[in-house]
Design a protein around this ligand. Structure first.
Ligand SMILES: NC(=O)c1ccc[n+]([C@@H]2O[C@H](COP(=O)([O-])OP(=O)(O)OC[C@H]3O[C@@H](n4cnc5c(N)ncnc54)[C@H](OP(=O)(O)O)[C@@H]3O)[C@@H](O)[C@H]2O)c1
Length: 273
């Protein structure tokens, strides 16, 4: 054991050379997701679209999910194809168990066994609790909780050995925000189910992780200008997150290099938390 006060320069050299040896063991591999069959629930817009394009650049095969916006999904498919990947759109409301099941069927039929499953679907209902209705809660439960369960359970049944499952949560489950009680409450359930699942698939070499973005510039950003300015001020990196910032983290978690990361909730937020 070393403490900082009694550490000598020689100790420091020893520690540094040790860490170089360890890191060089894992750095010889070129990351490639080429041919990895991927389903992205909510791949049509925002972070899901940026993820589809990023994985497409790495020549993955992508099934691009949407709930109602077919035009957006088709646009994502075109962008993936332009970036070098293969893609097709599928319609699946994650609150519908059968639709999720069919999405896996369609992906297996088109590409083969599924290697990567990403669930970015969410309903974002915001407002002070006194103004929220039971209906607001039920809509959020249907997508953020039941939807997460449908996707995670189907992924657990069908994912290929050494696959990757990624569930989206939000930094809001760690940093309570005014007006976000239903959103963060229901996202926390999806997050927790995914982390629980990470304990169940180790015998197949499958990892399950959560990514929790901070405030990210998408259609899902439902804050006024002052709230966004205040969040930027609280962010050490001093800007709003872009979908590509988060998509790069997804790509890393899907890579071979991330094989030892399992059951983690990765905060992708510029350091606000
Ligand atoms: N943006 C942020 O600031 C932020 C912060 C923290 C966490 N997140 C999380 O990151 C993820 C992506 O958010 P985003 O902001 O990129 O989303 P977004 O731009 O608002 O897009 C929403 C996406 O969800 C799909 N969707 C909506 N309801 C669905 C349902 N019932 N079933 C399947 N798909 C559904 C939409 O499909 P259509 O195009 O068909 O409508 C669309 O692809 C979400 O899980 C969100 O909770 C976002």
């Amino acid at each position: 054991m070393y403490d900082l006060i009694s550490t000598t320069t020689t100790d420091l050299h020893r520690l540094t050379s040790c860490s170089i040896t360890i890191s060089s063991n894992g750095s010889d591999h070129i990351t490639s997701l080429k041919g990895q069959n991927t389903i992205i629930f909510a791949g049509s817009r925002g972070i899901g679209r940026a993820t589809a394009i990023k994985l497409g650049q790495e020549e993955a095969n992508i099934a691009v999910g949407y709930a109602g916006n077919e035009e957006a999904a088709n646009k994502t498919v075109d962008l993936v194809k332009q970036s070098g990947g293969q893609a097709f759109p599928f319609r699946a409301d994650v609150s519908d168990d059968d639709a999720v099941h069919d999405a896996f069927d369609q992906t297996e039929k088109t590409f083969g066994d599924v290697d990567i499953v990403i669930n970015a679907a969410a309903v974002s209902v915001f407002g002070p609790m006194v103004n929220l209705s039971t209906d607001d809660l039920e809509k959020s439960v249907a997508v953020n909780i039941l939807g997460a369960f449908h996707v995670l359970r189907e992924a657990a049944k069908r994912i290929a050995d050494n696959g990757r499952i990624i569930q989206f949560s939000t930094g809001g489950t760690k940093m309570p925000m005014m007006g976000a009680s239903i959103y963060t409450g229901t996202k926390a359930a999806g997050e927790s189910m995914a982390l629980g699942l990470s304990k169940e698939l180790g015998d197949k070499g499958v990892t399950v992780n959560v990514i929790s973005p901070g405030v990210t510039d998408t259609d899902g950003l439902v804050m006024d200008e002052d709230q966004v300015k205040s969040l930027i001020q609280q962010t050490p990196l001093g800007r709003l997150g872009q979908p590509e910032d988060v998509a790069d983290v997804v790509s890393f978690l899907c890579s071979r290099e991330a094989r030892w990361i399992n059951g983690q909730n990765i905060q992708a937020n510029g350091g606000i938390l």
